[in-house]
Design a binder for this molecule. Sequence first.
Ligand code: AMP
Ligand code: GLY
Length: 433
Amino acid sequence: MRVLVVGSGGREHALVWKLHQSPLVKEIYCAPGNSGTSKIATNAAINAEDISGLIEFASRKGIDLTVVGPEAPLIGGIENKFSKKGLKLFGPSKDGAEIEGNKAFAKSLMKKCKIPTAEFQTFKNRNSAVEYIKERGVPIVIKASGLAAGKGVIVAYDFDEAFRVVDMIMVEKKFGDAGKQIIVEEYLEGEEASAIAFTDGETILSLLPSQDHKPIYDGDKGPNTGGMGAYAPAPLIDKSLLTKIEDEILKPIVCGLRDEGRLYKGVLYAGLMITKDGPKVLEFNCRFGDPEIQPILPLLETDIVEIMLATVDGRLDEIEIKWMNKFGVCVVIASGGYPGSYEKGKKIEGIDTLDELDDIIVFHAGTKYERENLVTSGGRVLGVTGIGDTLKGTINKTYKAVKKIKFENMYYRTDIGAKGLGSVQQITNSLDN
Ligand code: AMP
Ligand code: GLY
């Protein structure tokens, strides 16, 4: 088979890496890809959002399966356009992807399907939003309904801040049309986790539960990023909690989408807050989580191509998914200054020393080759992923690998996976040993 992966981040490198291992795959392309994917696939210089360019490429190269990484092309309708041309694509259709692209729609469907989520109201009018916030009190969460490059969700801890945020989104239109409608919702307390599943619109097959680390600093302090590291499986979600999440969240939303005539095929990601009253949905995404997928995919034993084909063909009930009995830990190395401004073009050293290790994989995100040298080209630069038998051992092994990599102003969190060990203290100790 000839396979095309769309996207250019750590998630897409991890997908290319996994697909490359399938005996069913003969040739693999990545558009636009990165310097990591270029080693195992052929990169094609086509932007992930250039749907007609991708269709032309897939037709010309005789691509049998296209796998989409990021949300933008899915929300833009890439699946519909590919299937019109008879091209097979792994990912939901435009109306399914709305579950991520339109938060107001997602919340109303959750309400209709009685899926546990924060109490909320949606607003198109600034004054009504302000009145509701006064009524509900703070802290409170304000979300732009549309896609806002990961910046459209703000937790406000006092009234002044809350009103400022409403004005920023609705009056100053900081996120443009994405902020035409906002959601004001109850602030939830608990621990966050990610539940990701394959679905063909009927059957759902969960991936290992994981936890991302979104804030930039240790101890979940500072501004949110795309994700500074992740690990799986997360002990917070044991077997019985996962069954509850499948029964009360994943199956009902897939069923709710189907009932609306939106048959959802692909991967569905529930961002959850595990509260004292049980799991509640913060958001749904129509794609694999990044970095979550980096520690998850190396643990997958079943051929990913077979799962993806069964998903697209609507026969996921025939698949039994198998996982290694191990842990995966991914530490993201970022450019100093990220998620704010940062410098690019820093020479990266030390990756080659990790090549011969079987249990460490370095996924590239923001890197490129400049005159034979590997240099930084983005905020999140690398995802160093380790696999091992125990969580503690895997964390240690991964950080040992991270320390072999050097570039000017590199930054990473030192507590990835600590949540799974029970406390931040424990990991600090274990790393010192
Ligand atoms: P989202 O993109 O909706 O997942 O939100 C981004 C981040 O904002 C989440 O990862 C949470 O840390 C935080 N967040 C979102 N909704 C809530 C909520 N209702 N209560 C507390 N924190 C939230
Ligand atoms: N890791 C968060 C996300 O992929 O949305």
